[in-house]
Write a protein that binds this ligand. Structure first.
Ligand code: UDP
Length: 405
């Protein structure tokens, strides 16, 4: 079926109103962009409402997606989720801001004749859930975070699980790992709780050339890299420690850390840059900063490493690396084992274990043919199980079900 805006689209299309509190270009927002731009726009009219301005809005506008700003007071929008402990419970002033914002959002939903509200971030879930209730609209929470206390403060965990039931929303979890953390009762109506709705990536834009086989295992400079925002729990410090061990055995290999800090973790970046110097990696480790050409960089890599130190909710970037035909070394937590098939598309290693990570990288360097096969199997798996077209189609099925009710 043809996707994209048709010349004479009838205005009778149901409006799907997407909400996100952030307009940064990070994992959840990239996934939202991929979803919205792959919806069948002959059938649905997407409208994205963002609570702040940023690169996501620019890219949506460039892609011809109807986008609106409903600015949220920074006292609420900039409050970090890990700062929402019991002691810093939402203050009265902030509660007033939230109530006023929800009323404005409910009015906007009615004005735009929204048929379904699709919330894409934790703050959007809560605010959109309340506003959707006020506007009497079906609401979807697309949960992209593990609702667990190794990831979020305990009051947020309980509050979120409780609100999901109380507000009667439909929940889409990006992995089984995320689904489990929501603690939905066994008796929950299956149509209200969808597990393992994996993020899709676009297989078309990624090169078909796959790896550069002549480099893997050879004496030429080859790169082992990781991609992701620089953050303690993304584990760049573990990757650096592993890189130092690999460097001792294979001094001609290069390493890349791709990404930048996003939510104020400059201190961590300073520490890991010093760690790299201390371990003698300054000439073989490249810090690229934030890059928009991830598919190109992945294409040039030999081995892709994912190093999260607590369970990753999903790990979209791993799918991107598989799509680029790369063997993956990834930490075994959260949704990662749902993506990486141990021994077939990559190697899983324990979290927080630089020695095992280094051993897995070295094994791949020493077994280049198996590495290549893993890369190819990974690409086939990404195309079969994680395509954005499939994800968008499944989600459109949920919209249809909600509208039939
Ligand atoms: N990314 C990017 N440029 C960078 C670093 C990361 O575009 O310099 C993208 C990456 O390609 C992936 C996303 O950011 O699509 C990260 O998503 P993931 O789910 O892996 O992690 P999250 O940031 O959501 O925790």
């Amino acid at each position: 079926m043809k996707r994209g805006i048709a010349a004479q689209v009838p205005e009778t299309r149901p409006t799907i109103l997407f909400l996100d509190h952030s307009a940064q270009w990070s994992g959840g927002e990239i996934a939202l962009f991929n979803l919205v731009t792959h919806l069948n726009q002959e059938k649905w009219k997407p409208l994205v409402v963002l609570f702040e301005d940023g690169p996501l809005r620019t890219k949506l506008i460039e892609a011809g997606i109807d986008t609106k700003l409903l600015l949220l007071d920074p006292r609420v929008s900039k409050k970090r989720k890990d700062a929402l402990g019991a002691k810093s419970a939402v203050r009265l002033r902030e509660l007033r801001v939230i109530c006023r914002f929800c009323s404005r959002l409910a009015r906007l939903m009615r004005r735009e004749k929204a048929a379904v509200v699709h919330c894409n971030s934790l703050k959007a879930d809560i605010l959109g859930g309340i506003a959707g209730k006020m506007a009497r609209l079906p609401v979807i929470w697309h949960v992209r975070d593990r609702i667990a206390d190794d990831y979020l403060p305990r009051p947020v965990v309980f509050g979120f699980r409780w609100a999901a039931r109380l507000l009667g929303v439909t929940v889409i979890a990006v992995s089984n790992a995320v689904g489990k953390t929501l603690h939905f009762p066994q008796t929950t109506e299956p149509s209200r709780f969808k597990k393992a709705f994996y993020n899709g990536v676009n297989g078309v834009v990624v090169h078909d050339g796959l790896s550069s086989p002549e480099v893997l295992g050879g004496e030429t400079t080859a790169t082992i890299g990781m991609v992701g925002r620089i953050s303690l729990w993304k584990g760049q410090h573990i990757f650096i420690e592993a890189a130092a061990r690999v460097h001792q055995r294979f001094p001609h290999y290069h390493f890349q850390i791709i990404g930048s800090t996003l939510f104020g973790e400059e201190e961590y970046e300073k520490q890991i840059r010093a760690q790299a110097v201390q371990l003698g990696l300054e000439n073989v480790l490249e810090w690229t900063g934030f890059r928009s050409d991830i598919d190109q960089l992945l294409h040039q890599m030999e081995i892709f490493v994912h190093a999260s130190t607590t369970g990753e909710p999903f790990g979209q970037v791993i799918v991107e690396a598989m799509l680029a035909g790369k063997p993956v070394v990834a930490t075994n937590g959260g949704g990662v084992p749902e993506i990486v098939q141990e021994g077939q598309t990559g190697l899983l290693v324990p979290m927080n274990d630089a020695q095992s990570m280094a051993a897995a990288i070295i094994w791949l360097i020493e077994n280049p043919e198996i590495g290549r096969q893993m890369g190819q199997a990974g690409r086939a798996r990404a195309l079969e199980h994680f395509s954005i077209q499939k994800t968008a189609g499944k989600i459109e099925g949920i919209y249809s079900q909600l509208l039939q009710r």
